[in-house]
Design a protein around this ligand. Structure first.
Ligand code: GLN
Length: 534
């Protein structure tokens, strides 16, 4: 049996230095050198998964094909690697404790006192190894959430210390990402925060093997030497990560810094050929040399935090590049939109995307945005709640069903055109109980949706409780809003389209989770194309 190699990525000094992007970039390079790689995220919070978190807390919740609600970093992993992740790729403290406590209740610990060491750390190590249990991967990259020194991340760091000891230095390495700030007053880049952060890591028992220094300017050889000396790291294993204009540039910068080669040498693996990254470079070339410029309105209620719609904004970047188009995303809070001010709010905008969401806040503004698109032949793309709003708007204003709504918003409505699924009616727990993950959909050939996909059978990911109410399907069809995508097993409506419109498509699923650099999502690509034509 081959040795599986483990690379851990920790962060120091501050959060938000981009551990996720660094991990995804390194994984991309290792993958391009012929290794099969997966990435895992360990999150230190006590929620069992981020499904119950408000997007304002940690940004969007990313859904895997197998229906796990996970951290948004998994989205980066998929977008960079073009390989699906699964439930096993995201672990939280909540899930670890839940497993250990359940085992304790079963009596599995035979009367022993259950403790952080060894029981919690053993469970963490078991989960880290689980992701490669079928030997599918050569290298497992594990990103540890939070910042070194946080109380919450201690058991994770301790587990890494143990793994390093158990597996040996050629099988397990640690990359520590820190910040080297520039002080304008003295005109110097400062290494002290990095030194302190490494000390903290040493106190917790880990000597990092590689340091990646995040900085806003190039660092001199002197600075690198100083960091290497004080942090006890080989000089060539101190790498800089300078700010770049797009996250998709980071793999190329890390290639320049030879991060992948350093990692492979430390893991005693052949370096293989330099990856040409042809498609990746072509993607960047198109992204940076646009021929078209458009503004897209993104209507939602979490717009204050752009990370709430991470997969959507990234899918727009992918589809922009494939159309050689620079997209300026204008975030518009749905609560600010009314039928009256819509034309003023959307002035200069080429197309509108109504975002997913939950609950009633801002819902009427979303419906107004839909109406504006429908009546003015503006390209419209509705995702999940966005599609549900399109259905409600059509029922109210075209089918004249007064008071029509989704029962999520108005449970007494006379026309429940969007209603709770039968199997959802008995559900009481909120966590992990939605319709989640990949489901099949059959597409009608006579549709714009088919023009985009070019195939009749697709699988897309879901995350919702409410559905189009099939009782009204004929009313919609007869009046021009056509259910062009249906789930073959349940007959549930997946895609609604107004055929007599420039581009008006609402989808019950989340296409944004399936968009990657190498494979931009066809619906996004065609939506942007329609916006450019407009
Ligand atoms: N709130 C809606 C539902 O649960 C839509 C969810 C979403 O947009 N993801 O069905």
């Amino acid at each position: 049996m081959k040795d599986i190699k483990y690379v851990f990525v920790t962060g120091g000094v501050t959060s938000s230095l981009g551990k996720g992007i660094l991990s995804a970039s390194l994984a991309k390079l290792l993958q391009s050198r012929g290794y099969s790689v997966t990435i895992q995220k360990l999150d230190p919070y006590i929620n069992v998964d981020p499904g119950t978190l408000n997007p304002y807390e940690h940004g969007e919740c990313y859904v895997t094909l197998d229906g796990a609600e996970t951290d948004l970093d998994l989205g980066h992993y998929e977008r960079f690697l073009n390989v699906p992740t699964s439930q096993a790729n995201n672990i939280t403290t909540g899930r670890i404790y839940q497993t250990v406590i359940e085992k304790e209740r079963e009596g599995a610990y035979l009367g022993k006192t259950v403790q952080v060491i060894p029981h919690i750390t053993d469970e963490i190590k078991r989960r880290i190894k689980l992701v490669s249990s079928d030997n599918k991967f050569d290298i497992v990259l594990t990103e540890i959430g939070g910042t070194v020194g946080d109380i919450e991340s201690l058991p994770y760091i301790e587990s890494v210390r143990q793994l390093k000891w158990e597996l040996g230095p050629q099988n397990c390495i640690v990359i520590h990402l820190t910040l080297v700030p520039f002080l304008p007053s003295t005109g110097e880049s400062k290494t002290k925060p990095t030194q302190h952060s490494v000390k903290m890591l040493l106190e917790e028992g880990i000597q990092p093997d590689i340091l990646v220094l995040r900085t806003d300017r190039n660092l001199s050889a002197d600075i690198r030497r100083k960091v290497a000396l004080f942090c006890n790291v080989e000089e060539n294993a101190v790498v800089e990560s300078v700010n770049v204009s797009t996250i998709y540039e980071v793999p190329l910068r890390m290639l320049d810094e030879k991060l992948d080669q350093i990692v492979l040498k430390k893991l005693n693996l052949p370096v293989n050929e330099e990856p040409p990254l042809v498609e990746w470079r072509e993607f960047l070339r198109r992204l940076k040399n646009p021929k078209h410029f458009i503004k897209i309105g993104l209507v939602g209620k979490y717009v204050e935090l752009a990370d709430s719609y991470k997969s959507i904004t990234e899918a727009l970047v992918h589809s922009g590049s494939s159309n050689e188009c620079k997209i300026d995303i204008k975030f518009i809070h749905s609560a600010e939109i009314t039928d009256k001010n819509a034309s003023e709010k959307f002035n200069g905008i080429s197309g509108i995307l109504v975002a997913p969401g939950f609950g009633s806040r801002g819902i009427e503004g979303k419906i107004s945005a839909v109406r504006y698109c429908r009546e003015n032949n503006i390209p419209f793309f509705g995702i999940c709640l966005g599609m549900q709003c399109a259905v409600v708007e059509f029922a109210k204003n075209v089918l004249k069903m007064e008071g029509a709504h989704s029962t999520e918003i108005d449970d007494k409505t006379k026309y429940p055109v969007i209603d709770l699924m039968e199997e959802q009616k008995s559900v009481v727990n909120k966590g992990g109980t939605m319709r989640l993950g990949g489901f099949k959909c059959i597409i009608n050939k006579d549709s714009k949706t088919f023009e985009a996909y070019g195939v009749t059978e697709i699988t897309e990911r879901h995350r919702h409780r409410y559905e189009f109410n099939n009782k009204y399907i004929e009313d919609f069809r007869k009046n021009g809003m056509i259910p062009v995508g249906i789930n073959p097993e349940s007959d549930l409506v997946e895609i609604m389209e107004i055929s007599d419109h420039k581009w008006f498509i609402g989808v019950q699923f989340h296409p944004e989770y399936n968009s990657t650099v190498i494979k931009p999502h066809p619906l996004f690509v065609h939506f942007i194309r329609a916006c450019i034509e407009k």
